[in-house]
Design a binder for this molecule. Structure first.
Ligand code: NDP
Ligand code: 2IT
Length: 445
């Protein structure tokens, strides 16, 4: 059995039931097989055994009172996965499906993603099985305060710096930051995605969506093409999806779909900036359902379905993991789609990814394509340390350069390892080698 297969077996045996974690590790290890053959020193030092084991996992009770005065109990987590190249960095997810296996998959992806950004950030992920849907502002605040009352002792500006993810936006970051400051009596950059008036960075909220589009531009440039007039399907309608649409519109593409967990809308005329303004209000202020868009603009609403049957040139899955399976991948290919840029983390199933790779379309895996969010978090950390803030133009320029560098690094690694244009292979290898070398340098820890 090869070294990478041995490790995959070990991971499955040791972590039963963590299917998303198995899936992420499987994909990563498949890419790393040729690296292990070239670098026997990694096996000798048991780098992979260490790489797949989080440095630390914290699981805690989160008790809070709802508006009726009833006690509610949730489970909180922080997975501090790898700090070889910098402090743990990665988002918090509040969603009823959150469990350890999902956070470990997100954590290991984050390690490689953060390495690709070129910034000094290790990887971590956290969250809770708390469902923000239907909760009042007061309930969300009480939950966040209780969550931070435990989390505060594990994080710090040089230790672990959480941020947002699904269900955690600027409002939650505010409540979490306020509670940390109150407990520690310290105003430091312990979270990113903060408000602009209290240490946040311009462009952070736009960064993941914009970055995913910049990555698509770079992939297209290898074929001397641009996004102008491309028909695009986007899934999700949260932070990442919204700013993906905004940037695609700016570049002259036409976006025809958005979705949420209830279904998707198809607008053949395109989701213009005026219609997008409605989405911002619907999703960020009123917390409404996507069907309202169809009712207002005469678009079609497909309940309980995903947008992959719509004919397009490019797809931007930007909702959640495993939202695009092999059948969906085949549908997209049959309809002529030749670019996929993953705004979400692992939105495509393993067999779906294989379809895209076999078809040799431009496929940007999440750890590369959506790295603009955490990269800009890294820029927020830098500004916090210096106690100053950069302009939008400065940050956007840096973001574009980081996305180009990630693209070029992954592309070069794909060439070096004999599968030109396979960004899955290239990003896994480039992200991994930097972390593995740092681990070797730092001895057996
Ligand atoms: P939001 O909470 O802002 O939006 C999430 C969107 O995805 C909503 O439209 C939501 O629909 C939909 N969604 C979530 N879970 C499911 C599900 N189980 N089934 C169907 N739809 C679902 O989150 P973000 O936009 O921040 O995150 C989206 C993706 O991008 C995630 O995979 C996240 O990990 C990834 N990501 C986010 C980054 C960031 O900076 N925010 C950075 C890099 C990656 P509904 O409202 O109905 O639940
Ligand atoms: O998946 C991700 O990269 C994020 N949710 C953003 C993490 C961060 O620290 O900004």
């Amino acid at each position: 059995m090869s070294y990478t297969n041995e490790i995959l077996k070990l991971v499955k045996d040791k972590n039963p039931g963590e299917s998303e974690f198995h899936q992420a590790v499987d994909e990563i290890l498949t890419s790393l097989t040729p690296v292990m053959e070239r670098h026997p020193e990694y096996q000798k030092a048991k780098i992979l055994e260490r790489f797949v084991e989080p440095e630390r996992v914290i699981i805690f009770r989160v008790p809070w009172l709802d508006d009726k005065g009833m006690p509610q109990i949730n489970r909180g987590f922080r997975v501090e996965f790898n700090s070889a190249i910098g402090p743990y960095k990665g988002g918090l997810r509040f969603h009823p499906t959150v469990n350890l296996g999902i956070l470990k998959f997100l954590g290991i992806e984050q390690v490689l993603k953060n390495s690709l950004t070129t910034l000094a950030m290790g990887g971590g992920k956290g969250g809770a099985d708390f469902d923000p849907k239907g909760k009042s502002d007061n309930e969300i605040m009480h939950f966040c305060q209780s969550f931070m009352t435990e989390l505060y002792r594990h994080i710090g500006p040089n230790t672990d710096i959480p941020a947002g993810d699904i269900g955690v936006g600027s409002k939650e970051i505010g409540y979490l930051f306020g509670q940390y400051k109150r407990i520690k009596n310290e105003f430091t950059g312990i979270l990113t995605g903060k408000g602009l008036g209290w240490g946040g960075s311009l462009i952070r909220k736009e960064a993941t969506g914009y970055g995913s589009v910049y990555f698509a531009q770079e992939m297209l440039a290898t074929r001397n093409e641009t996004l102008k007039d491309k028909v695009c399907v986007v899934s999700g309608s949260g932070n990442v999806a919204q700013y993906t649409v905004e940037k695609l519109n700016e570049l002259g593409a036409k976006v025809v779909t958005l979705s949420d967990s209830s279904g998707f809308i198809y607008d053949a005329d395109g989701i213009s900036n005026e219609k997008l303004a409605f989405i911002f209000e619907l999703k960020n202020v009123r917390k409404g359902r996507i069907k309202e868009y169809a009712d207002k603009f005469g678009a079609v609403f497909y309940p309980s379905r995903k947008p992959w049957s719509i004919k397009c040139d490019a797809a931007f899955p930007s909702a959640t993991q495993n939202e695009l399976n092999e059948n969906d991948a085949q549908l997209l290919l049959d309809n002529g789609c030749y670019l996929v840029s993953e705004g979400a983390n692992m939105p495509t199933s393993k067999k779906g990814v294989d379809k895209f790779l076999d078809a040799k379309i431009l496929f940007g895996p999440g750890k590369a394509a959506n790295a603009g969010g955490v990269a800009t978090s890294g820029l927020e950390m830098g500004q916090n340390s210096m106690r100053l803030s950069w302009s939008s133009e400065e940050i956007d320029t840096r973001l574009k350069k980081i996305m180009k560098d990630i693209h070029d690094t992954a592309y070069q690694a794909s060439i070096e390892y004999g599968d030109k244009g396979n960004y899955v292979l290239g990003s896994n290898i480039a992200g991994f080698v930097k972390v593995a070398d740092a681990m070797l340098d730092q001895g057996l820890v």
